[in-house]
Write a protein that binds this ligand. Structure first.
Ligand SMILES: N[C@@H]1[C@@H](O)[C@H](O)[C@@H](COP(=O)(O)O)O[C@@H]1O
Length: 263
């Protein structure tokens, strides 16, 4: 488990974008696991800039998104399909047929979840999974008490999550209380995981995820078992970690080692 603490949200976005860009350069046909929410927006902007300046092509990349609101179709401005089109897909050269977001407007959600898992499997799984984190420690829409080995399925959202996401909906607008989400077991199978968090709001969740016990109360704590996970967080989100000095020390040591081996 690697904990990278950076100065601010911009540095977090740069770090994440560089990771994704270097994966695409070494493996143009890679499969990315993508997230929504406000946290990855700056990272997506960086990727768009790299595409526009011809440093990066997404033409052979496939993507799988973590989650979608149940009951919203992809044309609904608050749907996660719409979010992905607006914030990334419409601005790069990705083939949209290779972009998979769980289908929210289905009358057969269990079947949709099963097919999502099957498609992910047929594509060989996720190379790099990008994650945000909810204030209560959720990843995707796996709320506290989710099974730590769960697969893609329908989940009920907590009041805290509904309130946190209210800002995206208009006052009288229907806000779904259910969502389809990749399971925690599904997420854990990604070959590499990058979790981004910024701001004081996320400090408790980060402390529980990184230093708390492995527990369904904090779904992100499952990442402690992952062999290739990096938490990329800003100083504000890091403020409740007990071992900040040690995490920073490790990063400095790693940097020195890199410089020495590069000589
Ligand atoms: N389902 C999404 C999560 O994938 C995301 O990580 C979380 C945090 O969002 P934000 O980045 O806006 O804080 O919000 C939603 O609940």
């Amino acid at each position: 488990m690697r904990v990278v603490i950076l100065e601010n949200a911009k540095a977090v976005a740069n770090f994440g974008a560089d990771k994704i860009a270097s994966l695409i350069k070494t493996k143009p046909q890679c499969t990315l696991g993508l997230a929504t929410g406000s946290t990855p927006i700056k990272l997506y902007q960086q990727l768009i800039e790299q595409y526009k300046s011809q440093q990066l092509s997404f033409s052979d990349v496939s993507t799988f998104n973590l989650d979608e609101y149940l009951g919203l179709d992809g044309l609904h401005p608050q749907s996660y399909r719409y979010f992905m089109n607006e914030n990334l897909f419409d601005h790069i050269d990705i083939d949209k047929r290779n972009t998979y977001v769980p289908i929210g407007n289905t009358s057969h959600p269990d079947q949709a979840c099963f097919e999502f898992e099957q498609t992910l499997k047929s594509k060989g799984g996720v190379d790099l999974q990008l994650l945000g984190i909810g204030r209560n420690g959720h990843i995707g829409f796996n709320e506290p008490s989710s099974s730590l080995t769960s697969r893609t399925r329908v989940k009920t959202l907590t009041e805290d999550t509904i309130n946190a996401n209210k800002r995206f909906f208009k006052k009288e607008e229907f806000q779904p209380h259910l969502a389809i989400t990749m399971g925690i077991g599904t997420i854990s199978e990604a070959r590499e995981v990058l979790l981004l968090a910024t701001g004081y709001d996320k400090a408790d969740a980060i402390q529980n995820a990184v230093e708390g016990p492995l527990a369904a109360r904090c779904p992100a704590s499952i990442l402690q078992l992952h062999p290739n996970v990096t938490f990329v967080i800003d100083e504000k989100a890091a403020q409740k970690l007990q071992d900040i000095a040690f995490y920073k020390h490790i990063e400095r040591e790693n940097m020195r080692l890199k410089e020495r081996t590069a000589r």
